[in-house]
Ligand binder design. Structure first.
Ligand code: HEC
Length: 127
C-alpha cells in the first residue's frame, strides 16, 4: 500500500512540475513539436533547455546541419539572434554566417512581434 501511495505522490508531483509546461499553449507550443524544453533530450531539433546565452550548435549529442557553415566562434543565442531565427531561420543562417550557401533544417516559422517576445521570455527562464 505504502509504495503505491508513494508512487501516486511522485506522479502527482511530476504532474505539478509539468504545470509551467501547460503555458506551452503560448506561442512556444510551435517549437514544442520539434524541441524539448525541460530535459537534454534532442528530438527533430536540439534541446532548448538553457538555450538562452548558449553558443549556437553546442547541444550535446545533436547532429546539426548549420554548424558546417559557421566560421570561427559561433554566436550566442541572445535576443537579436533568436528573433531573426524564429522569424526566418533559413535567411538568418545566411546572415549569421555571411555565407549565402548556408542551410539549416529549421523551417522559417515567421514568429514575430509579441509572439517572439513571449517565446524569448519563456526560453530565458528554462534552466
Ligand atoms: C519543424 C521542426 C522545428 C520547429 C517547429 C522549430 N524548430 Fe528550432 N530547430 C529545428 C531543427 C531541425 C534545428 C537544428 C537546425 C540544424 O541542424 O541546422 C533547430 C534549431 C534551433 C535552434 C538552435 C539551437 C542550438 O543549439 O544552436 C534554436 C535556438 C531553435 N531551433 C529555436 C526554435 C524556436 C524558438 C522554435 C519555436 C518558435 C523552433 N525552434 C521551432 C527544428 C524546428
Amino acid at each position: 500500500m505504502l509504495p503505491r501511495f508513494l508512487g501516486f505522490v511522485l506522479v502527482s508531483a511530476g504532474l505539478a512540475s509539468f504545470v509551467p509546461g501547460v503555458a506551452q499553449a503560448g506561442p512556444e507550443a510551435r517549437c514544442a513539436m520539434c524541441h524539448e524544453f525541460h530535459s537534454d533530450v534532442n528530438r527533430v531539433g536540439p534541446s532548448l533547455k538553457g538555450v538562452f546565452g548558449r553558443k549556437a550548435g553546442t547541444a550535446k549529442g545533436f547532429a546539426y546541419m548549420f554548424t558546417k557553415y559557421v566560421k570561427g566562434e559561433p554566436w550566442a543565442w541572445d535576443e537579436a539572434h533568436l528573433r531573426a531565427w524564429m522569424d526566418d531561420a533559413r535567411q538568418a543562417i545566411k546572415d549569421f554566417t555571411g555565407n549565402p550557401q548556408a542551410r539549416t533544417r529549421m523551417p522559417a516559422l515567421h514568429v514575430r512581434g509579441a509572439d517572439a517576445d513571449a517565446v524569448i521570455a519563456f526560453l530565458k527562464q528554462l534552466k
